[in-house]
Design a protein around this ligand. Sequence first.
Ligand code: SF4
Length: 331
Amino acid sequence: MVREPLIDGHDRRISDLRVSVTDRCNFRCQYCMPAEGLAWLDRGEILSFEEIERVVRLLAEMGIEDLRLTGGEPLVRRELPRLVAALTKVPELHEVSLTTNGYLLERDAAALAGAGLSRLNVSIDSLQRDRFYAMTRRDALPQVLRGLDAVAAYPHLRPVKVNAVALRDFSELEALPFAQFARETGFQVRFIEFMPLDADSAWTPDQVLTGEELRQIIHAVHPLEELPREPSATARVFRFADGEGEIGFVNPVSEPFCSDCNRLRLTAEGKLRTCLFSMHETDLRGPLRAGASDDELEQIVRDAVWRKELKHRVGEPGFRQPARTMSAIGG
Ligand code: SF4
C-alpha cells in the first residue's frame, strides 16, 4: 500500500530510517560508555523481529527508502541475518545497511551477504593495536580486521565505510595511518566529530577535533579534492588527488548538516526519535502491542515527524545533552 510521503514541519522529506536492534554492546568505548557497561534492557522490552519488520514495512510505505540497522552492537543480537533477510524483501527499500564494530563480522559476513545486506559501516577508531585497546577497552583490532577481510569476499556488499570517532589529543596520530588505509584498501574512511551523547556526560567542546583540522593534516601529505555533496549527506567526501581512494569527514559539531536532514530513528525498545539530539520521544511499542492498526500507527508517526527538530543546538547557549546515550540510539 502506498501512503503519503513523510514530510516534517520544515518541509523536509524523511526517507532514511535507522533502527537500533539492541542497546547491548561487546565493546566499552571510552567516549560512549563506562567500563562496566550500562543497565541493559530486558529481552521483553526490546522489539521483536516481527515488530521491527512491521514498523519498517509501514514506514517504507510512507517513503522510507534507506534503512540502517544499528545498536549498541547489532551483531550481538542473535540471528540478526534472519531479520536482514526479512527486511531486504520490503519492496520500497532501496538499501539495507548495517553499522557494526566489526568484532563478529568474520562470523556473520557470509550470512549477512546471503541475506542481501547492501553495505556496511564499520567503526574503528585506531589502526594501532594498543591505541585501539585504549579506546575500546578491548584487545580486538586483529579480529575486527579479519572481519573486514571476510567482507572482501562479497563484492556486492559495498561500499564498506570505516568510521573513526575524532577526539582531540588522540586522533591527530590516526589521520595519516587511516589515509594510507583508505588508499590501500579502497574502503571509504570517515572521521566523525565527537558528539555530546556519551554516557558520562563528560563531553566538552575542546575535546572535539574538527574535520577541517584532520583534513589539513592529511591534505599536507596527500592532496585532497572535495567531491560534490549528495543531498542529505552527513559527510564531506574528498578524493585523493592522485586517484587512490576517498576519505570523508562527518562534522556535526563544527559544520552541522541539519538543513536537509532526512533521518528518523527507532530505538531498540520502540521509541521514535526525530533527531539524534531529541529531548522527546514517541512510543510505538505500546500502541504496537495494544493492537493498533497500521493507520493508527501511521498517524502517530506523522504527528511525531511533523514536530521534528529543525536542527541540533550543540554549542548554543542552553544546549542540553539528551538523557539517551549514543549506545542506546545507535547513530
Ligand atoms: S542533529 Fe538532528 S536534525 Fe541535525 S542532522 Fe542529525 S538528526 Fe538531523
